[in-house]
Design a protein around this ligand. Structure first.
Ligand SMILES: Cc1cc2nc3c(=O)[nH]c(=O)nc-3n(C[C@H](O)[C@H](O)[C@H](O)COP(=O)(O)OP(=O)(O)OC[C@H]3O[C@@H](n4cnc5c(N)ncnc54)[C@H](O)[C@@H]3O)c2cc1C
Length: 416
């Protein structure tokens, strides 16, 4: 095993923080670099689901057919800022090609290989960083006002769950009522994805891992990484807003903002942002026991420590564009109908950027051109789920250990 290397990890979201934790645990001298507090980027505002059941790629043939209608409907969960379309077009074309059936099947297998291993990595950080109080089991639930809608909305997922051995239960009205008595009576069909867990405060979860990293002797550098200095094909310093940082190795894990730095180190990747929003509402007197997804409206109601978090939808726009929370606010009356007693008092709204490559797969692996750079980003809708596992894999790669799975589907130089 390589020992005691000076490693810079760029980006303190769930992915970068987990990489820093596992590398520090291996005895390296790790500096985690971010201009913000850990966990305050996209990892702050997700729905908190550790989604071991996630297998479907973002893009499927069915989705592709629906896209034009979704984009034209102002109330749909998919929005685009049309001014961004020319910049996004190459990504969209690649995305469309990745929606072909054979590629979707291959992507699902590659996602399944990651999600089936995610629990063990979470268990390790939960145990070693003392995060058990933030984690709840009980699965997550999809609900609908009719069985037909539920079956239709979950058809692709169910096919993959059956193929990859994920457990789920279809629930009749009475079972649904017993499981989630706070839900509206007209929700009569449910599907419970049994083994998923959820996090009551995703930001606190990342900060707990960051604490574990610091307690093991890691260093946090509150700065922005701006570029690299090279000798031969190796990075020797990371240029940061706090000055140059000499390094033996670098992990790039800056989420949706990784593209420019990857290009500076010689790897061009079609990474873009699927922006997402949340709105926080106070818990009703009778609240939810697990995250609940509405099949009719395409959003999640997640019970968090601070209240009910509504998340949903994808906005295709520049990662730097100012937020527009009008769509997410429109979910509030819909949620009030699904969860009677929920008040319309908005505590806060938030926007983040899911880092997504057109083939729905993250990049996890060594740079093809820079000898001491590892790339770890592009975790789209399941970055909370896959963050700790990614950290473990990156630490294995740096140490020259066998990560225990075939990493070729995630390599940076795959055809995307
Ligand atoms: C609405 C919504 C709901 C979601 N729900 C779920 C869910 O239930 N379950 C799930 O698994 N996933 C979910 N996700 C996806 C998940 O949140 C993301 O995949 C994940 O947060 C990505 O983590 P990251 O560490 O790659 O990126 P981030 O959390 O965005 O972290 C990247 C960090 O890099 C830093 N950075 C950027 N540029 C630089 C630089 N130049 N120098 C230094 N630092 C830099 C940023 O400041 C940031 O802190 C959801 C996402 C959204 C938007």
């Amino acid at each position: 095993m390589a020992d005691g290397l000076r490693i810079a990890v760029i980006g303190a979201g769930i992915v970068g923080t987990a990489c820093a934790f596992f590398l520090q645990r291996d005895g390296h001298r790790v500096t985690l670099i971010d201009p913000r507090e850990p966990g305050t980027g996209t990892s702050f505002g997700n729905a908190g689901v550790i989604s071991q059941g996630s297998v479907s790629p973002v893009g499927t043939p069915g989705l592709l057919l629906k896209v034009p209608a979704l984009l034209l409907d102002r109330t749909s969960p998919l929005a685009i800022r049309w001014a961004y379309l020319p910049r996004l077009l190459p990504w969209l074309l690649r995305f469309a090609l990745a929606c072909r059936p054979a590629r979707v099947e291959a992507a699902a297998a590659a996602i399944a290989a990651l999600t089936e291993r995610c629990d063990r990595a979470h268990d390790l950080v939960i145990q070693e960083c003392g995060l058990g109080d933030l984690v709840r089991s009980g699965g997550w639930l999809k609900v609908a006002r009719s069985k037909e809608v539920l079956l239709d909305a979950t058809a692709t997922d169910r096919r993959f769950w059956d193929r990859f051995g994920r457990r789920y239960e279809l629930l009749e009205a009475a079972d649904l009522r017993a499981l989630e008595p706070a839900l509206a009576r007209d929700l009569v069909a449910g599907l419970l994805i049994t083994d998923n867990r959820y996090i009551l405060d995703p930001c606190a979860y990342v900060q707990g891992i960051a604490r574990g990293f610091l307690e093991r002797g890691g260093t946090y550098l509150r700065a922005e990484a701006r570029g690299f200095a090279f000798e031969a094909s190796r990075i020797v310093t990371v240029g940061t807003t706090a000055g140059p940082l000499p390094v033996d190795g670098v992990v790039l894990a800056a989420g949706a903002f990784s593209k420019r730095l990857a290009a500076l180190a010689g790897t061009r990747l079609p990474l873009d942002a699927e922006r997402g929003y949340h709105v926080m509402l106070p818990h009703p007197e009778r609240t939810l026991g697990r995250p609940v997804y509405s099949c009719e409206h395409g959003f999640v109601m997640a019970p968090m420590a601070a209240g009910i978090r509504l998340t949903g939808g994808v906005e295709l726009a520049s990662p730097w564009a100012p937020p527009d929370d009008r769509r997410i606010r429109r979910l509030v009356p819909l949620a009030q109908r699904l969860l009677p007693g929920l008040s319309g008092e908005i505590l806060s709204t938030w926007q983040g950027c899911r880092p997504t490559l057109p083939d729905s797969l993250p990049v996890i692996g060594p740079s093809p051109v820079t000898a001491n750079l590892w790339l770890a980003f592009g975790h789209q809708h399941i970055g909370l789920t896959l963050g700790p596992l990614t950290g473990r894999i990156v630490a294995d790669l740096v140490a020259g250990r066998d990560p225990g799975l075939d990493l070729s589907p995630y390599r940076p130089d795959r055809p995307i």
